[in-house]
Design a protein around this ligand. Structure first.
Ligand SMILES: C[S@@+](CC[C@H](N)C(=O)[O-])C[C@H]1O[C@@H](n2cnc3c(N)ncnc32)[C@H](O)[C@@H]1O
Length: 211
């Protein structure tokens, strides 16, 4: 056992509902690209600490991270999740309902950038963001999250290490380059206080400061 496994087996409780969602995703032949349990537990804990009224997730897949996020919400808190694929959004919705969280979550189907433009037009604001969709759009998602953030909101994003590619100069593909821009923006933006937590594939966590 290593130190990670020690911490995980003591503190990360992936119950049968979460295990069933992963099995459902596998059975349907959907990509198995949900967050690892440790990241799910960390997101759950951050949401619990921040007590956000409104959480925005970008990239729902089958609802695995959605359950971790929604379980951290205060009683009146809600989750809106943006998902490109209509079938995935339906699977996620059904899985959140099975988890007893159906009343707390809504889905918007389509390219996330379009949904973000629509949310801005509706004057929507959020207290917590979790970015976990197509990597090439991460810089845009960060800009939109800052635009849609209430003061003091938290922005989180998964896969910010890209399995080490971000710090390996030989990788010049579009996803890696986009993630380098995203990380640089998160590190230097005057309205963010950020930290890249080098756990699993890298979780970025940032607080949005008042303008
Ligand atoms: C890594 S998976 C999300 C995993 C999920 N957050 C979890 O941990 O359970 C990425 C998701 O983003 C969705 N996606 C990809 N491109 C997108 C886009 N342009 N707009 C919205 N969703 C997108 C994919 O269909 C996929 O379901």
């Amino acid at each position: 056992m290593d130190r990670f496994e020690y911490a995980e087996q003591l503190f990360v409780h992936e119950d049968q509902i979460l295990k069933d969602i992963k099995e459902d995703i596998r059975r349907r032949g959907m990509p198995e690209i949900f967050v690892p349990p440790f990241i799910g537990a960390l997101l759950n804990w951050l949401v619990h600490l921040r007590r956000p009224q409104k959480v925005l997730e970008i990239g729902a897949l089958g609802g695995y991270s959605g359950v971790w996020l929604a379980r951290g919400l205060p009683p009146e808190g809600t989750l809106l999740s943006l998902e490109l694929n209509r079938e995935y959004a339906q699977v996620a919705k059904a899985n959140l309902a099975k988890a007893g969280l159906g009343e707390k979550v809504e889905y918007r189907v389509g390219p996330a950038v379009d949904s973000l433009i629509a949310l801005a037009a509706e004057d929507a604001h959020f207290d917590f963001f979790f970015i976990d969709a197509d990597k090439e759009n991460y810089p845009k998602y960060l800009e939109w999250a800052i635009t849609l953030a209430n003061p003091g909101a938290m922005i989180t994003a998964d896969n910010t290490l890209q399995n080490g590619r971000v710090y390996s100069p030989e990788y010049r593909d579009r996803s890696t380059e986009a993630m380098r821009r995203f990380n640089q923006m998160a590190a230097e933006h005057p309205r963010l206080r950020s930290l890249l937590i080098p756990l699993a594939d890298g979780l970025l966590a940032a607080e949005v400061l008042s303008s």
